[in-house]
Ligand binder design. Structure first.
Ligand code: IVH
Length: 681
């Protein structure tokens, strides 16, 4: 074969493979068997290897993965990625329809769609090739996960047909079908990693995995439901979706047009039941005005379009028997009662355990071992027990009593006034607290040391190598190589062994090294200070800029920060007053962890607001509250949560509470409008 023949063959093979991918993954109507398909793909891989000059960036071989993403680049969305107004009530669907009829008149057609329970994604195609895939992020900017999305076989890297705009964006949801979810969790458990709680989390975790070959293995899928731009010469949302389908994008076959509110209710009621038969999760249906001019007329609120609404299904429930109760100690020492259940199918997965909340709820439910209990899976990760079927209570059912001592270390449990949880106070010795803190430290949203999953942390702890996060930075190759753990595989019912070989150890050490570049706000979150979640850590980070300043902040300085109330402030003060924590901080500092905001990462547009503090309240014409706060910070100003005599301005929108206005007036804080504010910058 000469070069020209190879080029021709690469083109024709690519087209053929694209067509088979489309038939198999989008239409579910394969024309050839797996073996034949694999032969074609192998031939293409071979040819591209021999003639790399003819290998195209949108070749179907890219679905296999191979590239590694070190850090996911942040991208500003061309159109903000808004969410939908949600409702659980039919009444509110009627209100939605009435509102629309008032504005538009009676001639309104709707499109009803499934509400996919996955991870929102925006794909940009340029000249028919997939250019970029970005997650929602905070709606303004998201993560560029293109490399990983390219491994999803139902997502065309090159569009079919014709008529697509030169450049356009299409939004949809990346989901993980139930079968792939079960398979993936099985494998994770085999490898000593914690299983994912539900398909949505698994999809989201997969998109942020660094090794795209691993992502390719996970069998993600995607459905598309919205074209935010105005590039298409079409009049309706439905026609846009059909056009996108003709280009090879996966549009749900259950997207329908409806004329009347009764049709909408029929659609809701069919899917409330039929969702159980779908091979993936949905959590409701979405109703959209079909005509694009009518959509324009209705417009958007700060958060969501006025032309669409999501009807969310009530959480699914099943009954099953309560077999026993374990008491688990979390990283904060809080003791959670966890029910062991007779396995039962719920919302697409098998549930064996469920949360029993806390001691108060156990006594309020009067739940007993042997009871038939109602289990519900809502938006939360862990299913909950929400009630007891007293009628079916066996005669010998024993009352459940909460434990008085820690099941792990034997310490007497304590309970703080006003809180429902019991705590084990033995923070620095109690094993699950130590392990939990380490697991939190390495977790994705914290230091993101993904080469060190939960199972591996346990091995390090069991061998006495790590007790706190600072110990991680003292690990060496020699200490890690050869470490082992045996465990009972529940799947195969036999003993299995995890051991640290060369590649594992190198990966772990590289992951730890890389974590030294993690930004200060995430380090702050990773420290695991009680009540300092991701958002609070971000606020603290951008307010104080360095750990040094945060450590020395007093109560008043802390509660000045937006969203920091008394409870959080107390907890921060307590954490830094503990000498053990100061030692950890000092050791982390010596290891090279980021303890201040990298000023170059803070988007600085000007210093015009430097030294000024703002309270932003109410609803605004041009920007959402969060956008205004970002603008303030970008110009060097600070946002604070409540008005004091030191506040420079109260930036007031409509609907602001009268209390805020009164307080500002009393303290002589100038009240400014959005327009006034914009003139300041
Ligand atoms: S339309 C401007 N349609 O649900 C509105 N969203 O809770 C664009 N979702 O942000 C969204 N299925 O991530 C739309 N058929 C569907 C959907 C859907 C799932 C997600 C999406 C959205 C969220 C809102």
């Amino acid at each position: 074969m000469d070069a020209e023949q190879a080029r021709q063959r690469i083109i024709s093979l690519s087209d053929e493979i694209r067509r088979h991918n489309y038939n198999y993954y989008v239409l579910s109507k394969p024309e050839i068997g797996d073996f034949e398909f694999d032969m074609l793909l192998e031939e293409l891989i071979r040819l591209e290897k021999d003639y790399p000059e003819f290998s195209e960036t949108d070749s179907p071989t890219r679905h296999v993965g191979g590239d590694i993403t070190k850090d996911f680049r942040q991208v500003i969305h061309k159109h903000p990625m808004l969410s939908l107004a949600n409702t659980y009530s039919e009444e509110e669907i009627r209100d939605f329809e009435e509102r629309i009829h008032k504005i538009i008149g009676d001639e309104v057609e709707y499109v009803c769609e499934l509400k996919f329970d996955g991870v929102a994604i925006g794909l940009t195609y340029r000249n028919g090739s997939l250019l970029q895939a970005v997650t929602r992020g905070d709606g303004i900017r998201g993560d560029d996960v293109t490399t990983n999305v390219k491994t999803i076989k139902s997502i065309p890297l090159k569009l079919h047909g014709h008529g697509f705009p030169e450049e356009f964006e299409i939004r949809g949801e990346i989901i993980l079908p139930h079968a792939s979810f079960e398979m993936m969790n099985g494998q994770r458990m085999e490898e000593g990693d914690e299983p994912f709680a539900n398909p949505r989390n698994a999809a989201s975790g997969s998109l942020k995995t660094q090794d795209s070959t691993e992502v390719a293995r996970r069998k993600l899928d995607g459905f598309f439901y919205y074209l935010p731009g105005k590039e298409l010469p079409l009049q309706t949302h439905y026609d846009c979706l059909m056009a996108a389908r003709s280009w090879g994008l996966k549009i749900s076959e259950y997207t329908v047009r409806c004329k009347t509110i009764e049709d909408i209710f029929d659609y809701i009621s069919i899917w409330d039941t039929s969702r159980r038969e779908l091979p993936f999760d949905i959590d409701g249906v979405v109703i959209k005005v079909n005509d694009l001019r009518q959509q324009d007329l209705l417009g958007f609120t700060a958060k969501s379009p006025r032309w669409a609404i999501a009807y969310k299904f009530k959480a699914e429930q099943v009954t099953t028997r309560l077999v026993s109760v374990d008491f688990q100690v979390g990283r904060t020492g809080a003791v959670t009662p966890v029910a062991n259940l007779e396995p039962v199918q719920l919302a697409g997965t098998v549930v064996k355990r469920a949360s029993l909340h806390n001691a108060d709820i156990i006594s309020a439910l009067d739940v007993r071992i042997g009871d038939m209990v109602f289990v519900e899976k809502g938006g939360e990760i862990i299913p909950k027990i929400i009630g007891v079927d007293i009628e079916q209570r066996p005669d010998a059912a024993n009352r459940l009593s909460f434990i008085s001592h820690c099941p792990e270390c034997g310490s007497k449990l304590i309970r703080t006034e006003g809180e429902s949880a019991w705590y084990c106070p033995n923070e620095s010795v109690c094993p699950p607290q130590i392990k939990g803190k380490l697991e939190h430290f390495i977790s994705r949203k914290a230091m993101n040391i993904d080469s060190l999953g939960e199972g591996k942390v346990e091995i390090l702890f069991d061998h006495g190598l790590v007790y706190n996060c600072a110990d991680l930075y003292a690990l060496t190759y020699d200490r890690l190589i050869g470490l082992e753990k045996t465990y009972e595989s529940t799947e195969e019912k036999k003993e299995k062994r995890i051991s640290f070989r060369d590649k594992t150890v190198v990966n772990i050490l590289q992951g730890i090294e890389k974590s030294k570049r993690v930004t200060f706000d995430r380090v702050l979150f990773a420290l695991g200070i009680r009540f300092v979640g991701e958002t609070v850590a971000k606020k603290l980070g951008s307010h104080f800029i360095s750990l040094e300043k945060l450590m020395h902040a007093d109560f008043n300085e802390l509660i000045e920060v937006e969203e920091i109330g008394e409870k959080i402030a107390q907890s921060i003060l307590m954490w830094f007053s503990d000498q053990k924590n100061i030692e950890i901080v000092n050791r982390l500092r010596l290891s090279g962890i980021q303890f201040s905001m990298d000023e170059s990462l803070i988007m600085r547009l000007s210093e015009k607001l430097s030294g000024l503090t703002f309270v932003v309240s109410g609803i605004f014409e041009n920007f959402s509250r969060d956008e205004l706060k970002k603008i303030i910070e970008a110009h060097g100003g600070k946002n604070i949560g409540s008005i004091s005599s030191k506040t420079s301005y109260l930036l007031a929108g409509s609907n602001m509470g009268p209390e805020k206005r009164r307080k500002a007036e009393k303290l002589g804080v100038p009240i400014i409008s959005e327009d006034h504010f914009l003139t300041m910058i």
